[in-house]
Design a protein around this ligand. Structure first.
Ligand SMILES: *[C@@H]1O[C@H](CO)[C@@H](O)[C@H](O)[C@H]1NC(C)=O
Length: 211
């Protein structure tokens, strides 16, 4: 009874995911969007990578139009105590934001094997968050919880549930090469923003150089 049910449900979803996922990675991501649909407001999910990554991404968020990019949902790791203060500081005159906590997929110095398990756990936690929030835009600059959230968002996109734009900003400290997160999200994100000319569009066709 259970097995046929699983097959009936999971099998078509898996097929759609594989085919459309391939289509998105090959033909959609990294390209200029064809038919741009303008929306009044974009709900934006901002993944705080903690430390310097949080500072960098908040510097970008600060420059966004607060009425258009609203509401703003910040995701931070449970063990990251500093990021929420930084958010509260830049949001002090606004109400249209909230902070959600998630467990970190990999702590600094954690072993490779247990990282796999904690990453799976973070992916499972990301499902209800992305499902509930249904963001129009996912903004991240890695590392930590960024990949699980992007994976889950990409999954929902591939099976036609969401139409979220994923934007990855490579950290200012990556001068010559992409970070591991960058290498993975290079394919999953709609747009890759880089800040140094060596990661330019002629070598990495999907990247957009912003100085
Ligand atoms: C693009 O990147 C390559 C390799 O990193 C580098 O050799 C080249 O000079 C860069 N081009 C520009 C225009 O910056």
């Amino acid at each position: 009874m259970v097995l046929p049910l699983v097959c009936v449900l999971v099998f078509p979803v898996a097929i759609v995911f594989i085919i459309r996922g391939f289509y998105l990675i090959t033909f959609v991501n990294g390209n200029e969007p064809k038919n741009i649909k303008y929306i009044k407001q974009a709900k934006i999910l901002i993944v705080l990578g903690s430390g310097g990554h949080t500072t960098e991404i908040l510097r970008i968020v600060q420059r966004l139009n607060h009425e258009k990019y609203s509401p703003r949902i910040y995701i931070k790791a449970k063990t990251d105590v500093i990021s929420s203060n930084k958010v509260k500081e830049i949001e002090k005159s606004h109400k249209n934001y909230k902070i959600i906590e998630i467990s970190r997929s990999r702590e600094v110095g954690q072993s490779y094997l247990t990282s796999v398990l904690t990453t799976i756990w973070t992916i499972l936690q990301s499902f209800p968050i992305v499902w509930r929030e249904k963001p129009d835009l996912l903004l991240c600059n890695g590392p930590g919880t960024c990949i699980p959230l992007c994976l889950v968002t990409f999954f929902f996109k591939a099976i036609f549930i969401l139409n979220t734009k994923i934007v990855f900003v490579e950290s200012f400290c990556r001068v010559k090469s992409f970070s591991l997160t960058g290498k993975i999200l290079y394919y999953l994100a709609n747009h890759i923003i880089v800040q140094w000319p060596n990661l330019n569009g002629s070598t990495y066709p999907r990247s957009i150089l912003v100085k």
